[in-house]
Design a protein around this ligand. Structure first.
Ligand code: K1U
Ligand code: ZN
Length: 168
């Protein structure tokens, strides 16, 4: 297994649109394992392939307290989203240290394949629903700060670039 480097906002590769996964082979299983290792190491509750510079529709999630309920969503599609919306604070491993409110559907149903290519549909609410929507945005090249005002977004961009310069 391996820890993968996570792209940091405003890296332009975070805006690439991911393509469907078509091959369910050993390399994919290895990538899923590496993404889980990377997500757990970074103390995240989710990670999209886009964030580790792999541009296929693959997400890993674990919102459980004990970090023992891994969920792999490959080629995820939202089949239903509630009309009820909630605003909740979100963070992102690609925008470290920044948390802000984003409005999302309170509940969703998602059809996706697992690492073996088996299809299933899951229902999600609460933090899991928020996390799925956040990670699916990554696959479309969208980072949560794009929901914020241009003023906030530009401040965040400036702060991130400064931190990246200082880390060099
Ligand atoms: O996509 C990512 O970078 C992972 C991100 C997922 C996420 C967190 C919170 C709301 C929506 C999506 C994170 O894991 S950020 C770090 C984190 O562990 C966290 C932050 C806020 C609440 C709960 C967890
Ligand atoms: Zn994120």
């Amino acid at each position: 297994m391996a820890l993968l480097p996570i792209l940091c906002y405003p890296d332009p590769r975070l805006h690439k649109v991911a393509k469907p996964v078509t091959v369910f082979d050993e390399r994919l299983q290895q990538r899923v394992a590496d993404m889980f290792e990377t997500m757990y190491d970074a103390k995240g509750i989710g990670l999209a392939a886009t964030q580790v510079d792999f541009h296929e529709r693959l997400i890993v999630i674990d919102v459980s307290e004990d970090r023992d309920q891994p969920l792999v969503l490959i080629n995820p599609e939202i089949t239903w989203a509630s009309e009820e919306h909630h605003v909740g604070d979100e963070g992102c491993l690609s925008v470290p240290g920044i948390y802000d409110g984003v409005e999302r559907s309170a509940a969703v149903r998602v059809k996706a394949q697992d690492a073996q290519g088996q299809s299933r549909e899951i229902s999600a609410e609460g933090l899991l629903a928020v996390c799925i929507q956040h990670e699916m945005d990554h696959l479309l090249g969208k980072v949560f700060v794009e929901y914020l005002s241009p003023l906030k977004r530009n401040r965040i961009k400036t702060k991130m670039l400064k931190l990246q310069r200082e880390a060099r």
